[in-house]
Every structure is written in C-alpha cells, then in structure tokens.
Design a protein around this ligand. Structure first.
Ligand code: PLP
Length: 345
C-alpha cells in the first residue's frame, strides 16, 4: 500500500528507536528530564524564542496558545480552513471559550481583511484578542504563507492590541521550501507551535514557543489539560534525532509531491493544485452532491493507494519519509488512470 493520507503515518527509523532507547530520562512533571529540557532549549533557540514547552500534540499546542492569549467570549481571527477551527473537535469553543472569525479567503489574508474582521472595542461586541496564522496551510494545500504579508498582518495586529499565534505544525516544510529559517518565519508571532510527528518522522510530540512569561503560563495550562508527561525524554529523544537528521529530507518530500502532482495532472479530468510543499490537493470531476471523492478514494485503495477525502470533490495526498519517488509517481499515475477509466463507458 502507498499511504499518502498524511505525513503522520511514518514509523520511527532504527536509528531513532536507538536514540529513544538510550535517552537520559527523569520525571518531567518535576522538571527533571534532561532530554526534554534539551529539546525545549534547542527548539526555542531554533525558533528564536525565549522558551519552548514540549506537549503531546499540535492540537494541545494550539489549544494552550488560545488559552494563553484569549479569554472566554473573545474572538480569534483565522484564515479560511484554519486547523484550529476545523480539526480540533471544537476545542477552542470548549476549553478557551473563543469563537473564530475568518478573515478573507484562502490560506492568508491581508491587513484590510484583518481590519474588516476585528470588531470595534465597544462593550457589546466580542473582544478580538488574537490572530492565529498557519504555515504551511493544511487545507490550503500546503501553501507557504507569503512572509511579507505575515509581517504586515502581524504588525497591524500588534497596533490593534492583538497577539499573534502561528500554527507551524509544518513550519520546517515552509522553511525548506522558502529558503528561510524557521526563526525568520516565526519572528512576527508571539507564540509558535511546531510538530515533530509530521514530516520530521517522530512518533509523538509538538512544542509551543514564545516569551518566558507566556511559556510559564503554558506550562501550568499543559498540566491542567493532562499533558504533563513523566519520563518523556524517550519521546524528546526522537524529536532531537528528527531535528538533527530529518529536516533536509523534507526537500525530497516536496519533490515527490511534484512528481505525484505531475503524474495525476496527465489526466485532463483532474484538476491538480501545483504543490509548494508536501501536500497536493486534487479536484475531481463530478458534482458535490454525488460525492465523487469517496468513490475515488475507495477505488484508489483497491489499486493500492491511500488518499484522504478532503471535501465532496477533493482528495488530498501528503508525501513523507516512508514513501519513495517511485511510490509517489505510481500513486499519481494510478489516480490519473482511475479518472480516465471513469470517463470510458
Ligand atoms: C496545521 C496543523 N496544525 C495542527 C495539527 C494538529 O496536530 P496533532 O495531530 O499533533 O494534534 C495538524 C495535524 O495534522 C495540522 O495539520
């Protein structure tokens, strides 16, 4: 099976498993795990922030950020399809008590769209407290946000008294694709989350980084949410290994995504978004009401290719460390052949 459902399906390599087995550990709830401490220091330095906190998932990192920046009843400005609004089980409403407001359309918005989304500071409006951006943008097809726009929007947000959080679950993909460092990409944000368990190939783990005061608050919130882990150095060691050995390989994932996209686009019946990173969105022929994506995903599975349904007429493919160049080209050809065959009576 060629599994392109997500970059989270990778298995730890032998070398990563060895690093995990050999990790120096302690009780991290007591602040005594040297591997977790080292990971937090390294990631804070990489991201150009004062401190970082190791958490079990990207969802928890985002949710802690919402709790740090907003109060119940506040509004958080996001882009269309933001992960924190779409894929976190309504947690923003349940735990932080915030509501999301979408600015503009697509993966990024401009200063005017931000202005239009922010309510006046009058008591009967919700208070807008946070702008949450996502780089790369998952539902946007792995788009890398234009950095000049991120800087302009963050500066404007700050002038309005809003904080900025960056969901950087795939920030390393954005860095590799844009030739910028993750610190440059994170600089406009007050807090930034990164995931080790996606393209970087670690089994578990994300970090939330920011200034010391916010990360101190985040530490308490992590405990409140049940995210305090004990000998978590076993997991941190996987993350340290991933940062040392797996970042450069993201460029291969991006090349493989282009191979998949080029092969799929050979069918004139498919509309394939040219990928910027490791995510490819494919729009299928047919009307939404007949939900062709589900039928295509089922047929692709029979042909040995796993894809995610991303809408009634849309499939998503994500390349990662555990699929080869040949796998990705073959998966694209398979999808193109299915589309062509569906046309023939
Ligand atoms: C952009 C983005 N943010 C956050 C997350 C959440 O990460 P996790 O699955 O570790 O909770 C994901 C997961 O796919 C994601 O794509």
């Amino acid at each position: 099976m060629i599994d392109l459902r997500s970059d989270t399906v990778t298995r730890p390599t032998e070398a990563m498993r060895r690093a995990m087995a050999e990790a120096e550990v302690g009780d991290d709830v007591f602040g005594e795990d040297p591997s977790v401490e080292r990971l937090q220091r390294e990631v804070a330095a990489l991201l150009g922030k004062e401190a970082a906190l190791f958490v079990p998932s990207g969802t928890m990192a985002n949710q802690i950020a919402l709790l740090v920046h907003a109060r119940p009843g506040d509004e958080v400005v996001v882009s269309e399809g933001a992960h924190c609004a779409w894929y976190e089980s309504g947690a923003g409403a349940a735990w932080a008590g915030v509501q999301f407001v979408v600015a503009g359309s697509g993966p990024m918005f401009d200063v005017d769209a931000l202005d239009a989304a922010v309510k006046p500071r009058v008591y009967y409006y919700p208070r807008t407290s946070l702008v949450a951006l996502e780089n790369t943008h998952n539902r946007g097809g792995g788009r890398v946000l234009p950095q000049a726009l991120v800087e302009a929007v963050a500066a404007h947000a700050r002038s309005l008294g809003l904080a900025v959080h960056l969901d950087g679950a795939r920030l390393f993909n954005a860095a590799v694709a844009s030739g910028r460092t993750v610190a440059e990409l994170a600089a406009p944000a007050d807090t930034v989350s990164v995931c080790l368990s996606k393209g970087l190939g670690a089994p578990v783990g994300s970090l939330l980084a920011g200034d010391r005061a916010r990360i101190t608050a985040a530490h308490r919130l992590r405990k409140m949410l049940g995210g305090g882990m004990r000998q978590a150095g076993v997991l941190a060691a996987a993350g340290l290994h991933a940062l040392a050995h797996h970042v450069a390989g993201l460029a291969d994932d991006h090349r493989h995504a282009r191979l998949f996209a080029d092969a799929a686009a050979r069918s004139p019946r498919l509309s394939v978004q040219p990928p910027e990173t490791n995510i490819v969105m494919v729009d299928l022929p047919g009307v939404a009401a007949s939900r062709p994506a589900e039928a295509y995903a089922a047929r692709a599975k029979e042909a040995g290719v796993l894809l995610s349904v991303f809408g009634p007429t849309r499939l998503r493919a994500v390349t990662h460390r555990d699929v080869s160049e040949g796998d990705c080209a073959r998966a694209g050809e398979t999808l193109a052949a299915l589309a062509d065959a569906a046309q023939t009576p």
